[in-house]
Design a protein around this ligand. Sequence first.
Ligand code: PMP
Length: 387
Amino acid sequence: MSKKPIYMDHHATTPVDSRVLEKMLPYFSEVFGNAASTDHAYGNEALKAVEKARKQIATGIGAKPEEIIFTSGATESNNLALKGIAEQYREEGNHIITCVTEHPAVLDPCEKLEAQDFEVTYLPVDKFGLIDLDELKNSIRSETILISIMAANNEIGVLAPLKEIGEIAKEYEIFFHTDATQAIGYVPIDVNEMSIDLLSMSSHKVYGPKGVGALYVRKVNPRVRLAEQMNGGGHERGMRSGTLNVAGIVGFGEAVNLAVKIMPEEVERLRKLRDQLFEGLKKEIDGIEINGHPEKRLPHNLNIYIPGIEARSLLVQINDEIALSTGSACSTSKVEPSHVIEALGFDDGRAYKSLRFGLGRNASGHSVEKVSSIIVEYLKKLSALSL
Ligand code: PMP
């Protein structure tokens, strides 16, 4: 890349923050020990670093360090939560409740469980992307063992009422899992206040390195047990075997620590810039609308419907200048309409005419203005051609 396009796809991934990278560097070759080989100083130092990160991550969500299980990312965390609970509590019930707009890393494990005689209720959403809490209550059965609802949607940024869902789960004594991959660093999370029993996280969405994540697993009130999905040396309290990615974990810990520390100001800054971006586009483009909820959304997310354009061809035209997406990164190789936009109840066309912006730490008034003017100019050119 000679001149790099402006990156506005922070729901797909984020760069490693330089402050995070700096903390990681010694753990590649200087402090290279295996955190499970504690018969000597090398291993002990690595373990000390892992435990510091575990504490940083636990603190970020109001948990205890021993409740954090390191994984390779949120895909693995979701798989471990869903399959781990299903296998462990099979005798108590075979019913799971989730939602149609979840990430494939929740929907696909659910599908696998259905093939093993589990029953899954996929709650629908309203036009804003929110589930109906009465419908959630009504779908609970005596066989329900798990409710899995994401904290923030990766496409439209809609925020779930975690505390209310947690209360329902607690009332009916059902485990509550939330995929909080997109919410960490943008929404204050407290697993006790919100009665969350399992929570998935990913480092690369919070300016940490790729290939590392965590699953929070509640230890008391109630104690959650999981059938391990990776067998081996018994690492991570037996729930996830495999030598720990020490440098990655150190980076993840620092990334969460930093994201939570700067959250109040950063959220306000991003919200203002995101609103400025939308206003800039709305002023010039007829009929554009927000996909998702106007307020209950991530501060850095903007997902818009632009009538009359094919989002994918627009992206091809502008991708020398702006890095944007039409939907979730994991499904962009398929030319299928977004299952999230489709679930909002609009016609098929809307999913093909929607764009997702994910603002990040690099965003400024200048970059936002530039992005909106590039898109507006392209659309003007297009409408002049079709006259
Ligand atoms: N859940 C959500 C909501 C996500 O946005 C993503 C990443 N697109 C994942 C899970 C998967 O995370 P990872 O890349 O860490 O496996």
